[in-house]
Design a protein around this ligand. Structure first.
Ligand code: PMP
Length: 414
């Protein structure tokens, strides 16, 4: 006779460590997007869900020999611990990259991170106590929302329009927080080619937003991984360039070179730099030496600006394919943003359609997207979805949008 399997009566049975977790882990839930990865990556599904950069244009052969050279010439440094702040020569090169968006920085104020995701984590760790308010665009980057949740910060969303964050809405959010006696620690903003909204903050609004934050004693955290991916090669003045003492800037090589190397950086106001280095040290001791040296050599020897131009051209072709397919196939009542750089289009569907509830039916119809609720901390976004055009081929994008339109149409008939 076989014994009955134990009955699962609750999560405690599934995870015997449940009672041990710190209170802050309550906010750590799997992002809807990550939960979707497994199904969305099946080959028959056209995934418009993920935000993976398209690396096919990278010069793999020459990169491969350069990695060999680094190890042959400087292996005992490349394979050793390094400075917590990052390799000095790379920090200088990072200043040159940032100069393309008007930033005049000293390499002493740059802290290299394991992707800008680590920068987000560190900045939140430095500034947020449980219950502190972080203002963020609505919608906002899912990875940032994850960091804010992990430190138990309360996210208050500020609306955007097609010109980015709305200054008046920012004023209102700050006034409301002050009336409620809440401490607002920083405004988290993605000014260029927003993830997920696909919009860019109008240049005329930039000084105004900085002035509002200053007047209320609120720091600005500027997250700018896409700034060099404007389809016409256009760049915008970084917020950091306009108010160096009140802006923490997060940068990354993930979209302009190679996301798997996990090399990003934080440029902090000088006064913050020391605390940031201590936070970096306690998180990782130091960023990976070899990866930093790969990026540094790449910047020194490759036509990296030409490579970014190639990336931009690939993304522009895909953006065009997506926008024309949306125009051609999506049922009336749908609207979407018109990105002039970056990876994403933000779609609003007619009332009555719930993008989260629709997702399993879309996956059955072999197309995946990221439903809008994952980009809000407050449950909003059920009539929105993010479509990424960065990774699939233009043909797959068109096919994906065609499938999505069919799912939407049958949803609207229900
Ligand atoms: N911020 C934004 C707005 C992003 O879109 C991403 C990546 N999707 C990141 C930060 C994290 O990038 P990294 O690879 O540098 O950690």
């Amino acid at each position: 006779m076989t014994a009955n399997p134990p009955e699962h009566t609750g999560r405690r049975d599934l995870d015997p460590h449940l009672a041990r977790y710190a209170a802050r882990t309550a906010g750590m839930t799997a992002s809807e997007i990550r939960a979707l990865f497994a199904v969305a990556s099946r080959p028959e599904v056209v995934s418009l869900a993920g935000g993976m950069p398209n690396l096919a244009a990278l010069p793999l052969d020459s990169l491969s020999s350069q990695v060999g050279e680094i190890i042959a010439e400087d292996g005992l440094v490349a394979l050793q611990y390094g400075s917590a702040q990052g390799v000095p020569v790379l920090r200088e090169q990072i200043c040159e990259v940032m100069a393309m968006e008007g930033i005049n920085a000293h390499s002493d104020d740059v802290v290299v991170t394991v992707g800008s995701q680590m920068g987000l984590d560190m900045v939140t760790r430095l500034f947020c106590d449980p219950g502190d308010v972080v203002l963020a665009e609505g919608p906002s980057y899912v990875g940032a929302l994850g960091s804010f949740a992990a430190y138990q910060a309360k996210v208050v969303h500020v609306v955007m329009d097609d010109q980015g964050l709305v200054p008046e809405a920012l004023r209102e959010a700050l006034a409301a927080a002050e009336r409620a006696g809440q401490r607002v620690k920083f405004l988290y903003t993605i000014p260029n080619f927003h993830n997920p909204a696909g919009v860019t903050l109008a240049v005329e609004r930039r000084a105004e937003i900085l002035a509002i934050c200053r007047a209320h004693g609120v720091l600005v955290v500027e997250d700018n991984p896409y700034g060099l991916l404007g389809f016409d090669g256009q760049t915008y003045p970084a917020l950091r360039s306009l108010d160096p003492d009140n802006v923490v800037y997060l940068g990354s090589f993930s979209k302009t070179f190679a996301s798997g190397l996990r090399v990003g950086w934080v440029l902090a106001p000088h006064a913050v730099r020391e605390k940031l280095v201590l936070a970096a040290e306690s998180a990782t001791l130091c960023p990976p030496s070899l990866n930093q040296m790969i990026v540094s050599r790449y910047l020194a020897t490759h036509d990296w600006k030409g490579q970014i131009k190639t990336f931009r051209e690939n993304y522009r072709e895909r953006r065009d394919a997506m926008l024309s397919a949306l125009e051609q196939h999506l049922p009336s009542g749908c609207s979407w943003t018109n990105p002039d750089g970056g990876f994403y289009v933000w779609v609003t569907v007619p009332e009555g359609v719930d993008t989260k509830a629709m997702l399993p039916r879309a996956v059955t119809a072999r197309v995946a997207y990221a439903s809008g609720t994952g980009f809000y901390a407050d449950g909003f976004g059920s009539r929105q979805m993010r479509l990424s055009y960065c990774y699939p081929t233009p043909e797959r994008i068109k096919e994906g949008v065609r499938r999505l339109a069919a799912v939407l149409e049958s949803e609207m008939d229900l």
